[in-house]
Design a protein around this ligand. Structure first.
Ligand code: 0O2
Length: 290
């Protein structure tokens, strides 16, 4: 055991650690994990921005949802025990301290997301693990990419590893349930539970494949919804802007007309109305910026 007040070097950074009853001072964990929190926050923002870009263009986004987390200290300690790691080794040996999970609607979307990541200049791929073509014994399916990602801190640039898990919402549902059961049984899952989970994982494959067969139809419907939402948003911002600059009675009339057109549920009419309103707003220099 290191003496009280030792200096630990983790990835060339010195951390002063005090040991209390063999446990590291919580401040050390904060210092180690803080840049990982930054990496997770930045990556979540970037992937959410991709979703937003697709939707603003009225296009279907292959990413449905993104979440991120920094690995819990207890899970890091578990992994240190399992892999017999010293604290100095964790940043090199544990590649999912920063974890991003990307959920897609359809299996086909996973390849598109992988391509997006491969083409980025701000993430360098270390390795890819395809647990979809080669699913795990448990029935686990997901595509993992370990990337190197730079964060900028007061101490300078830090090149960190992050794990990006890409899976369908159905795969995610299965993995979440199975993960909780693994936790409950501490890795000793009863055979009958394991078998049920494995059977359920087959059902997930069947569900994903059924959904894929109607993918085009679902995407068309969702695109229509997004386009309509964007048009309505443009119209409302224009009306709101006009309230500040145009004759109130005229704006009320425009608003009334909008409600009538909206009630018809006719997208073409809504788009035409939006274009006309744009021209009126342009006249007042009050165009909407969505
Ligand atoms: P947690 O609690 O999610 O952080 P390796 O270092 O490559 O030998 P490692 O790091 O386990 O092994 O890599 P792997 O197998 O790619 O797994 C990384 C993560 O994928 C796991 O992190 C889980 O989140 C998830 N995962 C892998 N296999 C399974 C599985 O069978 N079921 C479920 N539900 N998730 C799985 P952790 O650290 O295990 O856990």
């Amino acid at each position: 055991m290191n003496p009280k007040g030792s200096l630990y070097t983790v990835k060339n950074y010195e951390y002063k650690i005090e040991l209390r009853g063999g446990y590291m001072e919580i401040q050390l964990w904060r210092e180690i994990l803080s840049p990982y929190q930054l990496a997770v926050d930045e990556l979540v923002v970037k992937f959410n921005h991709i979703i937003q870009e697709y939707r603003n263009n009225g296009q279907y986004s292959p990413i449905e949802q993104v979440v991120g987390r920094v690995k819990k200290i207890s899970s890091i300690l578990d992994k240190m025990n399992k892999k017999n790691l010293a604290i100095e080794e964790i940043e090199d040996e544990i590649d999912d301290i920063a974890g991003i999970r990307i959920m897609c609607q359809f299996v086909e979307d996973i390849d598109r997301v992988v391509e997006i990541i491969r083409n980025r200049k701000d993430m360098e791929i270390k390795c890819e693990k395809d647990y979809i073509s080669h699913y795990k014994e448990s029935g686990y399916r997901s595509y993992h990419i370990i990337v190197y990602y730079d964060v900028y801190t007061l101490e300078g640039t830090r090149r960190l590893q992050a794990e990006i898990q890409i899976r369908t919402m159905a795969m995610n549902f299965w993995a979440t349930i199975e993960h909780s059961l693994q936790y409950k049984y501490h890795g000793n899952m009863p055979e009958h539970v394991r078998e049920r989970l494995y059977a359920a994982s087959d059902a997930i494959v069947a569900l994903d494949s059924e959904m894929s067969s109607v993918r085009d139809e679902i995407i068309d419907a969702q695109n229509l919804f997004t386009i309509k939402a964007n048009v309505v948003s443009d119209i409302l911002v224009n009306i709101q802007n006009l309230y500040h600059v145009a004759n109130k009675r005229e704006v009320l009339k425009i608003q009334e007309e909008f409600y009538q057109i909206f009630a018809t549920q006719d997208l073409e009419q809504l788009e035409r109305f939006c274009r006309e309103l744009d021209i009126i707003a342009e006249g007042y220099k009050a165009q909407s910026l969505r």
